[in-house]
Ligand binder design. Structure first.
Ligand code: ZN
Length: 296
């Protein structure tokens, strides 16, 4: 199976020019920072950057599995979000995609947001807009239609966008650093187990529970019929869905390019399928150690 998403389905995703930390109690959030920027927000093609998105996400999971202090977690999440935008947990986590129309929202099991899988939709909304006043960001449901209300010009500019995008592209939309980190750690632990087992380097005994039972996001698609050959065009509703999709395709491909460096442990994207080290430096160092061992 090929994993060239680029040619089949370019898919734009919005990121802000910068982000900052905001606190609610002890909880740390990442929120768009629109102060003093010329390019407040822009769109980029997620699938064309998927190699580096996956490598950065998995390395964030790796670093935070080893060092779990608040500073490291924030630094990792900020580095990631500044490059690629927030992940879009708000629209990825519910099972009922029309949750904004309902009084209650049902969340996927093993989600990164909330232990209780059923929540009042009003409370769920507040989880992602904890710092916005009702003037800045609120919604009404009339005649089976959700209308986002805001007096802020950046929000008004999104009015023509889909409801999902009006939510996760909002400059008031936030995600907790912990959600991002827990997701990255989960993806890294799955990746590492698969990689170790493939390389006969198994230490873990509960691969089945961690890998087989974890559900990734389902991604809707359309079929493009521009020429004579039908093409799948994936329609992820968020960065997270695009990551979940690409991760599965890459890792289950015979040509899986995602690897762990034998010397430093970093996840890297191997252009050469035989590569074992992330960089010439790591390869050289590993060779130095090897020859020292021999000479002993
Ligand atoms: Zn390395």
């Amino acid at each position: 199976m090929e994993f060239n998403f680029k040619s089949n389905s370019p898919y734009s995703y919005m990121r802000y020019g910068n982000y900052k930390a905001k606190y609610k109690g002890k909880e740390q959030y990442l929120v768009p920072n629109i102060d003093g920027l010329l390019n407040i927000r822009d769109l980029y093609d997620m699938f064309s950057k998927m190699d580096s998105i996956l490598v950065d996400l998995l390395n964030m999971g790796r670093i935070c599995s080893e060092e779990n202090d608040e500073r490291t977690k924030f630094a990792c999440a900020y580095f990631f979000v500044k490059q690629y935008g927030l992940l879009g947990f708000m629209v990825d986590t519910p099972i009922n995609t029309d949750f904004m129309l309902m009084n209650e929202v049902t969340l996927k099991e093993d989600n990164f947001i909330n232990n209780n899988c059923i929540m009042k939709t009003k409370d769920y909304f507040k989880l992602f807009f904890p710092f916005a006043t009702a003037d800045e960001m609120s919604y009404t449901v009339t005649n089976g239609k959700v209308v986002i209300k805001s007096t802020f010009y950046l929000q008004e500019m999104l009015q023509q966008a889909s409801l999902n995008n009006q939510l996760i592209y909002s400059n008031f939309y936030c995600e907790k650093v912990d959600w991002i980190i827990e997701y990255a750690k989960k993806m890294y632990s799955i990746f590492k187990m698969i990689f170790d087992k493939q390389n006969n380097d198994v230490q873990e005994f509960n691969i089945e529970n961690t890998v087989n039972k974890y559900y990734f996001s389902g991604v809707p698609y359309t079929i493009n019929m521009y020429g004579q050959t039908p093409e799948i065009s994936w329609q992820p509703n968020s960065l997270k869905q695009a990551i979940d999709l690409s991760f599965g395709f890459m890792i289950c491909s015979e040509k899986n390019p995602l690897k762990i460096c034998k010397h430093c442990g970093k996840v890297f994207y191997a252009k050469n399928p035989k590569a074992e080290y992330c960089s010439p430096q790591c390869r050289n160092q590993a060779n130095v150690y090897k020859s020292r061992e021999k000479n002993k």
